[in-house]
Design a protein around this ligand. Sequence first.
Ligand code: MTE
Ligand code: LUZ
Ligand code: MOS
Length: 768
Amino acid sequence: MKNIDSGNHTTGRSIYVDDIPLVAGTLFGAAFGSPVAHGHIEHLHLADAAAHPGVVRIFTYQDITGENQIGGIIPDEPLLAEHVVDFCGMPIAFVVATSEAAAHAAVRKIKVDITPLPVITDPREAHAQGELIVPPRTFRLGDPDAAWSQCAHIIEGRADSNGQEHLYIETQAAYAIPEENEGLKIYSSTQSPTASQRAASRVLGVPMHQLEVDVIRLGGGFGGKEDQANAWVALVALAAHILRKPVKYVLHRMEDMAMTGKRHPYSTDFRLGLDKDLKFVAFEADYYQNAGAAADLSPAIMERTLFHATSTYFVPNVRATAYSCRTHLPPNTAFRGFGGPQAKFVMESAINQAAEQLGVEAEVIQKKNLNKTGDEFPYGQKAVSEARACWTRAEELYNLETLKKEVASFNAQSPMVKKGLALMPICFGISFTNTSMNQARALVHVYYDGSVKVSTGAVEMGQGVNTKMLQVAARVLSISPDKVRLQTTSTNRIANTSPTAASAAADLNGKAVQLACEAIAGRLREVAALELNATVDAIELKNEQVLLHGKPTELDWKKLVTATFLRRVSLSEHAHYATPDVHFDKRTEKGHPFAYHVYGTSINTVTVDCLRGTYTVDAVRAVHDYGQSMNPAVDRGQIEGGIVQGIGWMTMEELLYDKTGRLRSNTLSTYKVPDLYSVPAEIAIEPLQTDTDNLAIFRSKAVGEPPLMYGIGTYFALRNAIKAFNPTSPVGFDAPMTPEKVLLALYPQPTPAVTEPHEPSLSRLATH
Ligand code: MTE
Ligand code: LUZ
Ligand code: MOS
């Protein structure tokens, strides 16, 4: 089945926040963000801005009717700065005017006197100064201290990965419309309708029931709207609450890039021990996460880094410690993979360093150490593993040996252009690691003409969750998909939603839709039994027909629905689902946090122009564990998109903050994302059909985040091409591998005596 939005998307008819017809009298907001990363606010000059034609009012923290607080996990984030600013772009004032242009012009007239305070942009420096968001956490397995003495080889090193701009096509946006009795209806581009409702209710000081958050769809979220949509909802809600006028704010791209947090940069020290057969004996890592100025979701992201410390491999002795470090960058946040990709980059770096030191191919070490069913993860859960199945299938299907020979013979005859190849196995845990969030609800109405309306807590953001919800309803009720329509995601219909995140939206909300439809179908069958003078067991609903002992009757779907209504039996259901069997004990750091894991292996190949440092990604060929995909077209789209987004993070996307904490890569001319010319020339995806996971909706495994991690293989393929040109290249593990870095790795520069060592690249301005 096609994505139900594809027609509207391609003809421009899909509605985003900025497309909602304006209510008469709508006002427009714009935020004034701090021009410096850290300092004391001495004086805020608002008079010029307030006098600007069209300005209705300028809000500061003093206007907040409730609490000036939007921190979700930890209450450490004011909505509007009071006396101190903690990051460049931190909202200080919110201008509301009769036009968008007037609001922005007025923002430019605001001046602020700030006494600067010291700025930290480097997580290791923050750690050295004791600036931690939460206490560090450590996951342990076996006895790593004792294990080191049993290792034949010990590899020590460091890996750095930079952040990533979400670059959802629709920027952050919110529109609040007053309703009677002090109510507000708020349209938002949020992944978390409830978190946004909660943030606004806290800032306004009103009960949640006074506010409705309604989400039509998102033009992309990728984690960037899991927590960071809340501020804009709270701002428009505050202004609309006080003025009793509709207020809308759609951020301009540069505002969005400057004011919102991104994927967390990480800097990590690792130590890997192997025995003489290259089997892992021990692994240790210290992760320094660059959290930015407030907690946001950083503690949860740090936790997921620890969950994925050993990636797809089994290591019997592990100590992994993570530090969430407070810096003066915008609070970093969820981004597809949620700290998992950062952990995997470290593990693959350790493997590649071991391979180089020991003179073997990385894939020999990778393959030997893939986890098996029954192996224990450092957090206590036992693997149900498809790692080897995916790896060996990829080897066979794509003729790994032939591919390797092609690369070797190409490199042998090509002096200035080199190819590189790397394998990337993935393993990603599905469920919110915070057990309480693994719940969802759905509301299903069957109207008496036989058409069906479905509401869930899931937010459509391009990933196709609404299409899947529709398929679940159509399948359980056994009716044609065009009888089913999806509703927007509203806190009035579905309360207390978990964010659409953790790749779990289809599973959680799909199971709730399934339960709701099963309940309605059960009642319909009871009515059919009465109508047909039969027992319920003999009744079956199939393809809009009512079957009795497998044979068609005079009753069809429509007649049965009408009969059910006339008998005064409910045609609606509100169902609740909570993932069974998941639990985790933070005191022991052990449990069974994930419903299941998603596996896969990709073979990534690249070609590097060793004169210019430029490169092309030739192919990503993957074998991916879909379970039993309920929508192969949608899932394929997710995998292709994830791969390209992962490649972008690992190669060309170079987030750059200077040492004063100012974002330098603040436009699309200075922050380069993959385009049509930089995507892989070939993406091959082969499903591995598996049948083990009935916690996945219809055994169709979650697909949203895991494929991003195939992109990591491209980084190591590029490294291998560099080494093919210059075997003694000192290239380390510092993503992204921009063409600039490739060039410098091909032709290492002698270190000039005057500058700092290790400062080869402009990117070093960024202290990640
Ligand atoms: N795909 C599109 N097109 N747009 C998005 O914003 N977000 C990703 C992924 N795929 C995203 C996407 C992220 S970060 C997650 S967690 C999942 O979709 C969430 O949706 P799911 O739980 O339905 O997979
Ligand atoms: N969000 C969250 C997530 O709150 N908890 C998670 O475990 C998670 N995992 C992936 C993406 N978002
Ligand atoms: Mo995705 S990072 O869970 O929104």
